[in-house]
Design a protein around this ligand. Structure first.
Ligand SMILES: [Zn+2]
Ligand SMILES: [Zn+2]
Length: 392
């Protein structure tokens, strides 16, 4: 117990009055915090509700989905009239109603490919409220890359698991994956080329009770992380609602785990913006820092064009291969199959050097690798920070 002075406010005028009695609680820390909640489903609803009630200053809500009636049995923030709305928008509205003090930002998109890695660097806590292994694996790798902890929650029927993964401290999410998990992930990507629309969500039965129990633990872990308090990385809180057993278990770290890869050094570029900085300009920056032979490298392949051998025509595309849909491979002229023109690097000879990074399908606050032989650095489009984090 700390000896710090407890400030008791007027219960009639301060909605956070009761938290003032908790010795370690610092409302100004909570008010200044930015928390990213990934997934606005059953767990996300509950986590957002809790964070809003506590007066978290800034909430970044991320999801790609829209609301259907079957969500209503487990989603405290959604109403019947929300059918068809984007989950992030309905959640943002409800959070604001619940507590107008909270700044909310709704981000609609695919967290696997459409979020700049820098976003993860500039939040105080990352809460994963996901229902699939792929997104967990993505977030785990992002979290390792930029050395930030994340809080995972998982529910099925009356069971739940809560885990804090902290890069370099104990097992990470990927350390816990079994061969069967990899197989399930592999099945979903069995046709990795252009088959993303076939990615079906594995439906797991969940209840509002398991969601609220697990989300409550997740929120508490986020609260501790924000306050700089101790958490237990690499351990799982296992909750069995049938037998009422709750216990913690520790995972072993996996040697050679593919997630254990850190972007180092990351160089912040306050002058770089995804919407205005061109490839040429970023390459020039990389060359000042790394030498004249430096090139830029992307994490995945970028499709620069689609070429139809029958029509002998190339259409410029400039989109991450992972974000391409099957129908984009079909030639609109002859309906034949087109070939992809791919690149994952920029050497300075490209005809499209005047394209901006956004026009290369790189999102706000993206982090891009520059390399010159064995020398390398990671450049963050830090100029996007202010516009990206514009909480309404
Ligand atoms: Zn690992
Ligand atoms: Zn054609």
């Amino acid at each position: 117990m700390s000896e710090e002075t407890i400030i008791i406010t007027d219960p009639d005028s301060d909605r956070y009055h009761t938290f003032g009695y908790i010795s370690w609680w610092k409302q100004e820390v909570v008010r200044n915090a930015t928390v990213m909640v990934i997934g606005a489903g059953a767990l996300g609803n509950e986590v957002l509700k809790n964070l809003a009630l506590m007066g978290i200053g800034n909430l970044l809500i991320c999801d790609f989905d829209t609301i259907e009636d079957s969500n209503l049995s487990r989603s405290v923030l959604f109403r019947t009239t929300d059918n068809g709305r984007r989950k992030v928008d309905a959640a943002a509205t409800a959070v604001k109603e619940l507590n107008p003090d909270v700044n909310v930002m709704a981000w609609h998109g695919d967290i696997n490919f459409e979020m700049g890695l820098g976003v993860f660097r500039h939040v105080d806590a990352i809460v994963g409220c996901l229902d699939n292994r792929e997104a967990r694996l993505s977030i785990n790798r992002f979290s390792w890359a930029i050395q930030k902890p994340w809080i995972d929650g998982a529910i099925q029927e009356l069971m739940g698991i809560v885990r804090v993964f902290w890069p370099g401290q104990g097992a990470c999410y990927e350390c816990t994956l079994t061969d069967q998990d990899y197989q399930i992930i592999g099945l979903r990507y069995s046709c990795p080329l252009l088959a993303r629309q076939n990615l079906l969500q594995g439906k797991v039965p969940t209840t509002p009770t398991s969601a609220s129990i697990v989300a409550a633990f997740q929120t508490q872990e986020a609260l501790k992380i924000i306050h700089g308090m101790e958490v237990q990385p690499g351990k799982a809180i296992m909750i069995n609602g049938l037998t009422n057993d709750i216990y913690t278990t520790e995972y072993p770290e996996k040697k050679g785990c593919l997630s254990h890869s850190v972007l180092d050094p990351i160089i912040e570029l306050p002058e770089a913006h995804s919407n205005s900085t061109t490839l040429q300009e970023l390459l020039a920056i990389a060359r000042t820092k790394l030498g004249n032979e430096a090139i830029l490298e992307f994490d995945g392949e970028i499709v620069t064009g689609m070429y139809c051998p029958t029509c002998d025509k190339e259409e410029p595309i400039f989109k991450k291969m992972a974000r391409l849909y099957e129908n984009e491979a079909t030639c609109p002229m002859c309906n034949g199959r087109r070939d992809m023109r791919l690149t994952h690097r920029v050497t300075g000879d490209e005809p499209y050097l005047t394209r901006t990074l956004a026009q290369m399908d790189l999102p706000a606050l993206a982090i891009i690798r520059g390399r010159n032989g064995s020398k390398h650095a990671y450049f963050e489009l830090t100029g996007d920070k202010e516009t990206f984090f514009s909480f309404a």
